[in-house]
Design a binder for this molecule. Structure first.
Ligand code: ADP
Length: 652
């Protein structure tokens, strides 16, 4: 008994579990070292001690278990905890059972306990990390599938034994692809997959996996099978996949096999990224490129692309090749300078300007392959192709246009020369006509002063009048021809402006009287008297306007006004406004444009009635233009007209 007692003590002491044996009064008889260690106790302190003394913080539920054990009941818990006095929580697993004396009465209780706090913590950590992984898995914007391909690889191995060329094998046995697929076991799919494939749930998706393979995808899948059979741990391919109601999508599929599953393939990760949009953009890009190509190549308009840095022709269309007589390939090896006869600097300028301004228009002299010179116009604009700044040129053949233009210029010059010659001839002619006419008028006047009978006197008067009106017409023609031939000049001189006004009015006075018109003059009192200008021409202008006013007014009035508009005393310049107002027939609205034109009169009925050549206003206006002014007028039909102009002249 002694011996067995020692043995029991020994056994308990070294048991790897935390064990303690208490007597009926819950005093320690035996404890295992593990127990001491777990509860941080010393053996010598504990044997014979009361359990609740060693653990004063023992919870009521355990005290209850002890009571029940002393009554012969066994209680246990796999996952329990208690709070130590110092606040720390320990997790435990325990069993509490009675032990019996040889007389079968209960001698006390045995406590098997295990502190599992550490394990609990590790478990919690594991749980957390699992959850984190799950979150990542489910919330990833990439489709992730976890699959078990062990049956697939086993099946592939059997195939490979007799058919090392898998490509050929699957080509000959296309049904086998589907068979291999049926051996895929899906372990899990992430949340995103459900959305991506348009499934109702994960279960729905997993049950319908076979529907996701298009015919093309099936054929593609041979690549995956081959990769697996060749022990590849990573494999990626462009793929297409069907969905459950979202149409066919273009995807990149990646397969990863974790190191530990590289042989068994029990766990394989398959991720799928949607590249449908990218593919569409690529297709659109290709399409637009093709469109541009046809636009560029098929166009009948000549199009050239050049590199502004070097002047090299990067591309040219058929129209350019046809025009210049080089092939497209020849052109692509040429520099733009080889097409030009312009000096190199001009071409250089074009290139730099095109770069700077983006868009430019040029005209160039070019040369064809056979040496024919041609003229072209070029519309340049900058384009960026593959990140490089290039110049796109549209070229037009303007050889013919230029030739016609040149011919027209020559014709115009010839016409101008002819017109000038005509004017010169007229000027000379007028001069030649005036000399004999002056003699006719002069001698008729002398004749009038000799003793004549009434009839003779009347004839002489008619000759003088007719001569004078012919002279005035010839003077007009002479002036006009001179102006046209640019031969008329102004001769400025100092003169008394009041004197000029009086002289002019005196010339008109008799005619005015003849037609029953009153003649008024209104001249500003502060007008400077001595001014500098071409007195003769100014007088001619005034006579012209006053003459017209008197001619087109009967029994009315004609007023000459001279006002100061402004006076610059520093520079001794005065701006005068001359106006001639009449109460005559006025000018019809529709004729107002044309009365300034040479040889134009308001209408021919007026000409017949009033005479005249239609040159007066044209000459007046030209003279005023030479003086830096112009003629204006206001008129009311039947009420009269006012002709006016401003001139700036120096004064003293
Ligand atoms: P013309 O030698 O015929 O007078 P003008 O050039 O002086 O030539 O005038 C052109 C036309 O303008 C005249 O024929 C007339 O129809 C019109 N005209 C000019 N001045 C007046 C005016 N004061 N009143 C009415 N018509 C005028």
């Amino acid at each position: 008994m002694e011996q067995s007692y020692d043995l029991l003590q020994y056994l308990i002491k070294h048991d790897p579990n935390a064990i303690t044996v208490l007597d009926k009064n819950l005093k320690y008889i035996y404890v295992s070292e593990r127990f001491l260690h777990d509860y941080k106790l010393e053996e010598k302190d504990i044997i014979g001690k009361y359990h609740y003394e060693a653990f004063p913080d023992i919870p009521e539920k355990w005290r209850e278990s002890h009571r029940r054990a002393l009554n012969g009941e066994v209680t246990r818990s796999d996952d329990d905890f208690y709070k130590r006095e110092d606040g720390t929580v320990e997790y435990t697993r325990w069993e509490c059972r009675p032990w019996y004396l040889p007389d079968h009465t209960i001698g006390g209780i045995v406590l098997y306990t295990e502190v599992i706090t550490e394990r609990k913590r590790a478990e919690k950590e594991l749980q957390k990390s699992r959850e984190r992984y799950r979150q990542l898995f489910d919330n990833s914007p990439v489709v992730i599938w976890e699959e078990d391909l062990s049956e697939v690889i086993d099946y592939l191995k059997t195939i490979k034994q007799n058919n090392p060329d898998l490509d050929r094998y699957f080509h000959q046995h296309p049904d086998e692809i589907a068979h291999c697929m049926s051996k895929i076991k899906i372990i899990d799919v992430n949340d995103y997959s459900v959305e991506f494939y348009g499934a109702k749930s994960k279960a729905h998706l997993m049950a319908n996996m076979h529907k996701l393979f298009t015919e093309k995808a099936m054929k593609n899948f041979v690549q995956v099978l081959k990769a697996i059979a060749n022990h590849k741990r990573f494999f990626r391919m462009d793929h297409e996949t069907n969905t459950l109601g979202k149409g066919i999508k273009n995807v990149v599929m990646e397969i990863r096999i974790p190191e530990e599953y590289k042989d068994s393939l029990k766990r394989v990760y398959l991720s799928t990224t949607d590249i449908t949009k990218q593919k569409k953009t690529e297709a659109a890009l290709r399409e637009s490129e093709a469109k541009f190509r046809t636009l560029f190549e098929g166009q009948s308009a000549m199009q050239l692309i050049i590199d502004p840095q070097t002047g090299m022709i990067v591309d040219a269309n058929q129209a350019v090749a046809d025009f210049y007589g080089w092939t497209i390939n020849e052109l692509k090896q040429m520099n733009i300078i080889q097409l030009r006869t312009n000096p190199f600097e001009e071409t250089l300028k074009e290139l730099t300007q095109s770069i700077k301004n983006g868009k430019v228009y040029f005209e160039f002299s070019n040369i064809k392959a056979d040496g024919t010179p041609v003229e072209v116009e070029v519309f340049s604009s900058q384009v960026i192709i593959d990140g490089k700044k290039l110049i796109h040129n549209i070229v037009h053949d303007i050889t013919e246009k230029k030739r016609v233009q040149l011919e027209m210029e020559i014709a115009k010059e010839q016409a101008l020369a002819a017109s000038k010659a005509k004017s010169e001839f007229l000027a000379n002619m007028s001069h030649e006509l005036r000399t004999p006419l002056n003699a006719i008028i002069g001698f008729s006047e002398l004749l009038r002063d000799t003793p004549l009978n009434n009839s003779q006197k009347k004839y002489a008067d008619i000759i003088v009048n007719a001569g004078e009106s012919l002279l005035s017409i010839i003077s007009d023609i002479l002036d006009f021809s001179k102006i046209e031939a640019n031969k008329l000049e102004l001769f400025p001189e100092s003169f008394d402006i009041l004197e000029l006004i009086e002289n002019t009015l005196n010339i008109i006075r008799f005619k005015a009287y003849e037609r029953g018109n009153r003649l008024y003059e209104e001249v500003s009192a502060d007008i400077p008297r001595i001014v500098t200008g071409d007195m003769t021409r100014l007088k001619q202008i005034l006579i012209n306007l006053l003459g017209n006013a008197v001619k087109f007014t009967e029994n009315g009035s004609v007023t000459l006004r001279v006002n100061i508009i402004s006076k610059d005393e520093n520079n001794q310049q005065v701006t005068l406004m001359f106006s001639v107002q009449d109460t005559g027939i006025g000018i019809k609205k529709e004729n107002r444009e044309k009365i300034f034109e040479a040889f134009n009169q308001e209408d021919y009925s007026i000409t017949r009635k009033f005479g005249g050549t239609g040159l007066g206003l044209a000459i007046t206006n030209r003279l005023l233009e030479m003086m830096g002014s112009s003629l204006s007028f206001e008129s009311l039909e039947g009420k009269g007209s006012t002709f006016f102009f401003q001139i700036q002249i120096p004064y003293k």
